[in-house]
Design a protein around this ligand. Structure first.
Ligand SMILES: C[S@@+](CC[C@H](N)C(=O)[O-])C[C@H]1O[C@@H](n2cnc3c(N)ncnc32)[C@H](O)[C@@H]1O
Length: 222
């Protein structure tokens, strides 16, 4: 599915969020607390928006983008300013990296799609160094509030329609709201991170509680 929509993926993100996703990405990378010469991993990097933001904030960093949808990474590689991302084909459930090699590991809008959320977080906890951060930016099941019907109308009716026109793929943008509704709340996502042995540092939401930023740290060794 991501291979089908790769050519319009970034544009759709800007349109669906009114460009707000760029701001969430900045905050997600800030939450990684990257040292100037950081080694960082973007899991499910897609076209590399988060990896590019990491390099913008830390030009001296080495940033690896890992994904199993090659057309997404190929699209990203064609975009200016992404020459310095190190692209790697790999599965988030079996990351092709040694233990504790990264100062920070982050993901954007990926964890909703993996077949085993706990395993994915365990893998991220494995490859980050003690004291390093794991940061997850993800769309979550929104809280039940008075505005929920408006949100559902936008997400279930308007978004598939924009997807059909802009990306030529209504099915992919019907899957999007469905996967969000089937996914976790902020609390559940935060618990999943702690089950992987990470200490929770921060869990907050954007856009009326529909997007979560969850930050964990790997405990230092005694
Ligand atoms: C919604 S896109 C997010 C892309 C990018 N992280 C962003 O912030 O825009 C989800 C990405 O996760 C990738 N993905 C999903 N499951 C994966 C897995 N098990 N291993 C590697 N990549 C995966 C997909 O190929 C896709 O590129």
């Amino acid at each position: 599915m991501f291979a089908r929509i790769a050519h319009r993926y970034d544009l759709m993100n800007r349109l669906m969020t009114g460009g707000l996703d760029l701001r969430w990405r900045q905050q997600a990378i800030r939450a990684c607390a990257l040292p100037p010469d950081a080694r960082a991993l973007d899991v499910g990097a897609g076209t590399g928006d988060l990896a590019a933001e990491a390099l913008r904030q830390r030009p001296g960093a080495l940033v690896v983008g890992c994904d199993f949808t090659l057309p997404m990474m190929l699209r990203g590689r064609m975009k200016p300013g992404r020459e310095r991302i190190q692209w790697v084909g790999g599965d988030a459930l079996r990351l092709p990296f040694l233990d504790e090699g990264f100062d920070a590991v982050f993901s954007g809008f990926v964890m909703r799609n993996v077949a085993d959320l706990d395993l994915a977080f365990r893998e991220q906890a494995r490859v980050v160094r003690p004291g390093g951060r794991v940061v997850c930016l993800e769309a979550i099941r929104p809280p039940r509030r008075w505005w929920a019907p408006f949100y559902r109308f936008y997400f279930h009716r308007v978004v598939p329609w924009i997807g059909a026109i802009v990306a030529g793929d209504r099915a992919a943008y019907t899957y999007l709201p469905q996967s969000v509704e089937a996914f976790f709340t902020l609390e559940e996502l935060a618990h999943a991170m702690t089950r992987a042995g990470l200490i929770l540092l921060e869990a907050r939401t954007f856009m009326l509680g529909t997007v979560a930023l969850v930050v964990g740290v790997k405990p230092s060794k005694r």
